[in-house]
Ligand binder design. Sequence first.
Ligand code: ADP
Ligand code: ZN
Ligand code: ZN
Length: 793
Amino acid sequence: MVARVTLEIALRKEFDYAIPPELAGQVEVGTRVKVPFGHRQIMGCVTALPEHSTHTNLRQLTGVVGKQSLVTPKVLQLARWIADYYCCAPETALKSVLPEVVRREQEGWRERLIVRLLPLTGEPPKLTKRQQEILNLLEERRELPLRELLELAETTAETIRRLEDKNLVVISSQVSERDPYAKELISKTDPLPLSAEQAKALVQITAAMDERAACSVLRDSAADASRSTQHETRSTFLLHGVTGSGKTEVYLQAIAHALSQGKGAVVLVPEIALTPQTVERFKARFSHGPLQTQVAVLHSHLSSGERHDEWHKIRQGRARIVIGARSAIFAPVEPLGLIIVDEEHEHSYKQEEAPRYHARDVAVVRGQMEDAVVVLGSATPSMESFYNVARGKYALLELKLRADDKKMPIVRVVDMRQTARKDKGTPIFSEELKEAITKRLERREQTILFLNRRGYSSSLQCPQCGFVAECPNCSVALTYHRRAQKICCHICGHEAPAPAVCPEPKCRSAAIRYSGLGTERVEETLTKLFPHARVQRMDSDLMKRKEDYRRVLGDFKAGKTDILVGTQMIAKGLHFENVTLVGVIHADLSLHIPDFRAGERTFQLLTQVAGRAGRGDVEGEVFVQSFTPFHPAIQYARRHDFTGFYEQEIEFREQLKYPPAARIALLTFKGRNEEKVKFTAGHVTHELEALASGKAVPASEGASVREMELLPDDAPAHTLTPSHPHTSPLRDLTLAGPAPAPLLRAETYYRYQLMLRTNQMSRLSRLLTKLLGTLALPDEVSLTVDVDPVSLM
Ligand code: ADP
Ligand code: ZN
Ligand code: ZN
C-alpha cells in the first residue's frame, strides 16, 4: 500500500510515499504525517491509500502525528470539492477544515489535580482540627479540585498529602474540560406544540430524513455503496418564515428527530447572531443532566483551549449537535443527519480569504455527499436560494404568521427630505420618531434605534438633491472631520477642504450637511433630546469583548436601559418582549454602495430590524427614515412583501445577467504599480479568452517552471486536476473588464478586476485552475480568484 499525501506547502500536487512496516496499521485516510521533501521534513495529510504507485523508488513516511486521524474521509472529500470549486490549493482547503488549535496540536486537554475522599476502613485515625475540617469539606462535596480545596480550607498541599498518606483521600490527575458555558444556568425546555404551519414544515423535513435513513440501510445491506440514491423528495429546504414565526422551534424538533435516528446535526448561525441567547435555546433543549456534552459550540470568541475541547468532543462523538459560525460546517459529526443554516442570506457565511468558500453552499454540497437533509432558514431569503426554489432545486417551506399570533409590526416610512426642509440642523430625528420615543419612555416600553454606521461624523450629503460626496479613488463616502474642516477617505487617505455649498452645479444649495449620522452622534443627540432616558450604544467600537456584549444585552433585558442604539449588531436574532418601537435612522445608507446587491441588502436589513419590534404583548411600531422613501427596497420592506421584492429584483438580475441569473467569478489583480497591474490584467484576460474558446495550448502543461524548481527530483508528483487536452469551449462565458475595481486603490494597492459570468461554474473553475497552473505573474502583482463573490469591492 502507498500513502498519497498532500503537503502543507501549497503546491497543488500530491505525492506518493511508502509506508514503513513500523507505521503500518497507523496510517489511514486523513492521518497527519511527517514526510521527507527534498532536504526538509514537512507535514502533510494522507488523502488516499492506493495499492500501487506509478512511480518507483518511493521515499518513506517518517512519522505519524496524533493518535486519531483528525480529518475524516468525508470531511476530506468536502475539502477537495472546495479546492476544485473555489480554485484554491488543496492544502489551503484542508487547513480551513480544522481549527488552527486542533491542527497544530498546541493545546492538549487540561489536566487538574482532584482530591477525592476514600471510604474509611478500620478505626478512624486521630486527626488534627485542621485535618478534620478538610475532611468535612470533602464529605460535603465528595471530591474537589486541589486548587479549590486549598483555597476553601486555607491550607497547604502538604497537609493534604499527609491525609493521603493516612489513606483517607486520594489525589489524582483528571482531564477537566473547559466549558465556555459552564457559568450559564440553563433550565431544560420541552418541545412546544407546533402551529399548523410549523407542523407542516416539520413533517416534510422529517419525511425527507426518514427516506434517506431508509435508503442508507438498503444500500448498506446491498453492500453497494456506489449505487446512486434517487430520492422521491428533495433534500434541501428553504424555510422562509417571517421574523418571529418560530423557525427555531422547527429546527429544534428536526434535530430531535435526527437524534432519534442516531444521527447528529450541524447548526450554522452568523457569527453576529451567535449570542448567548441563541446558544441557550439549543442547550436548554438538548444539553442537560447526563447529556451535558451533547451540544458543542464553535466560534471565534472561544479561547483556544475551549475550542480544542469542543472540537474533540465532537470528534469523539460525545457531542452530537454543533452550533457554530461559518467554519462549523466542517465539524466532524458522524453520521450526519441534518444541517441547518439559519439566516442563510447573511454575507458573513462567505469567507473573504482563501479558500473563499460560502458556508451555505458548502452545507448543501455536504448534505448531498453525506445524504443529510439541509434546511436553509431566513425571513429574507437570498435571491440565490429563492431562485433555486423557483427552479425546483430546493423545496419551499413557509411560515407566514408569527408563532404566538403576534401581529407583524406596522412600518411607517418617514420622508426625511421634508424634515430636512423644515429643520435647520442635521435631521437625525423626525418629529414622528421623536414623538414615538417620548410615548415609549412614558409607557416604560423599550426602543431600539438602528444605524448601519459607527463613528461620529459621516458623509457629506445634500438634502436638496441627494448628492453624496464620494472619494475619487475609492467609491466610498467621505467622512467629515469637524475639527480639521476636511472631508477624508478612511481607505486611501484622500483629503479635501469641506465645501460650503453643494458642489452639484445645478444645485449649489447652502443647506449641504455634514450629516453626522454615526451611532455615536445618534447617542449624543438622544441624551440631549431625552435627558432622563437611559441610553446605551452597541457597536464594534464599544463591544470589544464578549463580556461587553453580554452585559449590554443583559441590562437591556433587565429593563435597565430604555433605548438601545446600534449597528448591524442589533439587527438580528435579538428577542425582547418589551421592545415596541424600532427606529431606522437612515435607511438609504446601504443603497449607496456600488454593488448590484445594494437593493437586496437594504431590503434584508430593514426587514430584519423591523422584526425586532412587537415580540411581546404590545403591538410593535417601526419608523423608517429615508431620503428616497419610494425606493422599491424600502417600499416592499414596509409591506413585509418578500415575494414582491423578489419578482421585481429578479427581473433586473436577469436583464443584466447578474446572479442568480448567472454565476460570477471575480478576478482581482493587485499591485503598487498601476500600469503593471493593468497590463497583467489585460494579459491574463487574453489567455483566459483563448483558453475558454478551446484554442489555446498552454505553453507548458502541468506545473509551471517556478513550481518545477520547487520540486525535488525524488518526489513523484501527481497533478491534482486532470489536464483536459481537448477542453471543449466554454461558450457561455462572458468577460467584463478588466476595469478598475470599485475600490480602485486601497492602502496604496491598485486593484483591477475581471468579472466572469457563466452558467457552468464547475467548468469555469476547472478552466481557472488550469490557467493558474500555467500562469507566471510578475512578482509585484498578485491575483485572487473569488468564485461566487458576495461583495464586489
Ligand atoms: P424565528 O426564529 O422565526 O424568528 P422564534 O423561533 O424566535 O422565531 O420564535 C418566536 C417566539 O415564538 C419565541 O418566543 C418562541 O418561543 C415562540 N414560539 C415558537 N413556536 C411556538 C409555538 N409552536 N407555540 C408557542 N410559541 C412558540
Ligand atoms: Zn445639492
Ligand atoms: Zn479613498
